[in-house]
Design a binder for this molecule. Sequence first.
Ligand SMILES: Nc1nc2c(ncn2[C@@H]2O[C@H](COP(=O)(O)OP(=O)(O)OP(=O)(O)O)[C@@H](O)[C@H]2O)c(=O)[nH]1
Length: 585
Amino acid sequence: NTPIKVGENERGDQKTGHARVLHDSRGDLDLEQVLLALKAGEFGPLASAGSTGLKTGAYWSHFQLRNPLPRALTLHLEYVDHQLIQLDAFSRPLGDGDFTGVASLSMERPFSHRLVEHNRFVVPVTLAGNETREVLIRFGSRESGYAFPSMRIWSPEQLEAQQLRETTLVGFLFGGFFLMAIFALIAGVVSGKVLFFVYSLYALSKISCWATILGYTHQFFLRDQFHWSLMSSSGALTILLGLTFARMFLQTRQYTRRLDYVILFMTANAGLLLVAAVFQIKILALVTITLALLLYPVVIVAGLVRWRQGQTEAAFFSLAWSFLVMGLFLQAFRDLGLVEHTLFNYYWPPVASFSEMLTIMFAMGFQMRRVYQDKKSTERQYREHLELSKSRLEAEVRVRTRELEQAKRAAELEARTDPLTGILNRRSFLHDASLRLKLAQRKQKASCLFMIDLDHFKRINDTCGHSTGDAVLCQFTDTIRQSIRATDVFGRLGGEEFALLVEEPRDSAHALAERLRNDIAGIEILTGDKPLMLTASIGLAFTEGEATIEDLLMLADGAMYQAKMDGRNRVVGTQGYIRIDDCLR
Ligand SMILES: Nc1nc2c(ncn2[C@@H]2O[C@H](COP(=O)(O)OP(=O)(O)OP(=O)(O)O)[C@@H](O)[C@H]2O)c(=O)[nH]1
């Protein structure tokens, strides 16, 4: 049992070692019995890497500290972990006299009992100049628990400086958690998404959880009454919020039913842990927290499954959760004595927890961006679809309008024209001719109305058939149209009876009538052996005054009748011009 040589500037590098440790499995040995065990050589090295692992009762550690300096030296022995129910320390000068108590520290006693203001247990030991002191420390937990039966050796100032460094780191982490909580809260208020509120609560719960686990809650907030169950309950609350957030973020209920059941089971287990913590059922708390830890990787799997299903940000979530799980497993291995206790693995879980929150924040940002982009692209597609429909509709309306206009024009034309010959029908002729007549009268021009009737047309029908008769009618109208002006009004009054209004004085109108008669007589109708001849009788009525078209029709009809009577194929004009008086008559 070599004494540990200590100096004035101890920086926690030296540890009181695990060389001489005694397991008091029932936890009821008193100092005298322990000294007997020490004498009997029952103290031996610790088998594990640092922690005793889950054991009942208490552990005792024995070591010697040697002050080679001529002056007195005060040292602070720091328990390496934050979780220990009870620590009692005794010391005496080497081999001389009785051990006397130097510290009795308990997690459940008011913080003011601590001899050194520190979130972990610290035992002050003073060595006289050139003195070697034996120290006995009892690490006690009432039920099953673990302990690290070793103490870091510090000079008081060095320990204080180290505590400042650690507190700064933790303060930085807590500040980060707080900022993330505030940020998520604002995002929740702005977007109205419950997910952000859950995240905000999750981040806040991390502060409470780690502050409690690392001993700050006891040091700063609950100085008079602290209990181990507070650690479990704050942990349980964080687990509950973490799982609730994971379920919502990954939408496991909708997309991975089976994994969702497992996460639900984990949530129920976390609820049970909370109950165990509140009612201080330590064994139930141990079982549920172990189960919670073992099942934690399921969330990583859920994230990966969701990623494979197409939720890109779920990959980030899995990564974030992996940080946490690695940290928690490392801590568990350390607590079980499988790996050594170091500052690195001591702070890994809270740092991992911080990285987890940061990564999740990133994943949420990514998700928000994706949702926003999806929304924008849906809107764009909708707008494009709308534009397309609009232009299609407009094109269709244009086509329909054109068709309607064409149909209207066709209907108007049909209503105005004779279907066989294509010239004006009786009604339109009367309308157009009447207007034309009025125009001429305004200009004080003479007008002449021709009444043209084909001779013996019935015979053509009878000998050559009705369709030949139709063809003859068409040929006749074409002949007339070719010989008149565009301003003349030509129409079919019915059957083989046609009328023509021209703005001409008597002589030139007469001459035109004769020319037309000639043209008609020149039409040859080819029917079998010998061609049929076509002639027409034309009656003329003249006006220079206020006569109506009806007056002219009546007079021209009379003249045309006269032409028939005179032997057909001729032009007969009425005598003189019709004047107002004639019309009144
Ligand atoms: N093919 C054909 N014949 C028509 C059409 N409209 C009337 N007709 C015929 O024209 C003939 C007119 O006969 P009528 O009134 O006796 O006169 P017409 O035979 O020309 O003898 P006149 O006038 O006295 O020289 C009738 O047989 C009608 O059926 C038509 O659109 N097509």
